[in-house]
Design a protein around this ligand. Structure first.
Ligand code: LLP
Length: 471
């Protein structure tokens, strides 16, 4: 029923990549170019979650985020079961919801037994409304407002404290409310890694977290603040990381902080190593599997605790991209084309930087397929352009695709992370809908914005209202 198209076969030939579920092998979603359920129908259409992508766009319109339930759940299970296998102590995987915060995604990860990392009152509300357990929500951020901190105290989630102002404000709020607040301290580990400069956070010149040389002063302060219950420490190195070495080193660095806390009589029991595992956007990307990453993290923490003679802490991590990124594709309709002879062919689609700002922000490279003609030969090199009034609004430069015509359904893979969550209304373009697909069923999880939605926050003062012309 399902066959391999030239588009996919060529990928398979060049890098032994076979994304399709027909294989019984255990596939790590972050190593695939397409969701695990991606397949080609007899009429050469792309299907995801047993839903024909061409039918989906006819039903729900374009651009459309198509989220595969199976791929997301598989990634959640691989993380959770990996920790169960490789860590002899307690563990908890948190979903970094900044990657895609919406109620359906939060509900799925909660159902899979994950906690949730939030970074704003908005993400916190989304997680709680989706049914996340309050004591499995961790509130991050380098500039949480007093209102956000008060909300965190009211909700009863854990706060990952980033700096002195926050620590002191949180202490005051806890005292006023007569509550004890569970918290982790975010510390900059001073570990370098190779990724885009904007998404590196673990090196010392970072806006996030306490410097390691502040940590003793922080522990000393905490000793006098019984309403602040410091449970542990947190570090995050960066994002879209393919190396394992930074995480091999991290356990040792963090265990040292736990030893320091012991000297102040603070028995820390939680250690959160952040997220950061990369995904495969194109054939050139070669990230380690979820299993390998988890094994590395566990080995590092176990070895460091043994070396320092520490009991094993509850081990947490907070992946975002590697959970949700590979589970989604975005479908667009092809519109106009501009052929510049001898130079380039621009093929424009009906979305772009407003639904996927990653290419223009980080020069990220993606892979595209034509969902309505999966067996057509990939004999053209075209530049897929967005519809926004900005020359840099290019989704993929020099993509290998078949000859395209207006109305074709171009689908870009790996769009689950930091696409919807960073989407905008640039050029007053409504944000797309998102559907969840599973076993041949598709259901709406985010309604498409309407033109009226775009005006919802506008206020037009009386004096600026259009005058009714008298005739
Ligand atoms: N924990 C903390 C404290 C973080 O700052 C982040 C990501 C994560 C966990 C999740 O990292 P992940 O597993 O997704 O790599 N917008 C950028 C990515 C920014 C990442 C910000 N922090 C992009 O589109 O590449």
């Amino acid at each position: 029923m399902v066959s391999t198209s030239p588009a996919l076969a060529s990928t398979a030939d060049s890098c032994q990549y076979l994304p399709f579920v027909n294989s019984e092998a255990v596939l790590s979603p972050n190593q695939q170019l397409l969701p695990l359920t991606a397949a080609v129908t007899p009429d050469a259409h792309l299907s995801v979650g047993s839903c024909d992508v061409v039918d989906l766009v006819e039903r729900f319109g374009t651009p459309l985020y198509i989220l595969d339930d199976h791929t997301l759940r598989t990634a959640c299970r691989q993380y959770r079961q990996g920790f169960e296998r490789h860590y002899p102590g307690e563990s908890l995987v948190l979903y970094a919801s900044k990657a895609w915060s919406c109620m359906a995604v939060c509900a799925i990860v909660t159902d899979e037994g994950l906690g949730i990392d939030v970074v704003s009152a908005g993400e916190l509300l989304t997680a709680t409304e989706a049914g996340a357990d309050r004591d499995r929500i961790y509130f991050h951020g380098n500039n949480k407002s007093a209102e956000e901190l008060a909300l965190a105290v009211e909700v009863g989630c854990r706060v990952v404290v980033d700096n002195w102002l926050e620590l002191k404000t949180l202490g005051e709020i806890a005292t006023q409310e007569g509550k004890t607040v569970p918290l982790l301290l975010r510390v900059t580990p001073g570990i370098e890694c190779h990724t885009h400069d904007y998404i590196r956070t673990g090196h010392l010149d970072s806006k996030f977290g306490f410097d390691p040389d502040q940590i003793e002063a922080v522990f000393e302060f905490l000793v006098g603040q019984p309403q602040l219950n410091c449970l542990g420490v947190h570090a995050h190195i960066g994002s879209q990381i393919f190396e394992l070495n930074p995480h091999t080193d991290l356990g040792g660095v963090m265990a040292q902080w736990i030893v320091t806390a012991q000297r102040y009589g603070l028995p820390l029991t939680e250690l959160d190593v952040g997220g950061g595992l990369g995904i495969r956007y194109t054939e050139a990307d070669d990230p380690p599997s979820i299993e390998t990453w988890v094994k590395t993290v566990c080995a590092s923490v176990v070895a460091a605790c043994k070396a320092q003679n520490l009991p094993l802490p509850r081990l947490l991590c907070e992946p975002g991209r590697s959970l949700i990124g590979p589970a989604c594709v975005t479908a667009y309709r092809v519109g106009s084309q501009k052929v510049i002879p001898g130079l380039r062919t621009y093929v424009s689609v009906d979305g772009g930087m407003s639904d996927n700002p990653r290419p223009i922000t980080y020069q990220s490279v993606y892979r595209a397929l034509v969902a309505n003609r999966m067996t057509a030969p990939l004999d053209k090199t075209v530049t897929l352009a967005g519809k926004h009034c900005e020359s840099g609004d290019i989704l993929i430069k020099d993509a290998a695709l078949p000859e395209l015509k207006s109305g074709d359904v171009v689908t870009i893979a790996g769009t689950g992370a930091y696409n919807y969550s960073m989407a905008s209304n640039y050029n007053r373009v409504p944000r797309p809908a998102a559907v969840l697909v599973s076993g041949g069923n598709a259901c709406l999880i985010i309604r498409r914005e309407t033109l009226v939605d775009l005006l919802r926050q506008d206020c037009l003062p009386e004096t600026l209202r259009p005058k009714v012309k008298s005739t």
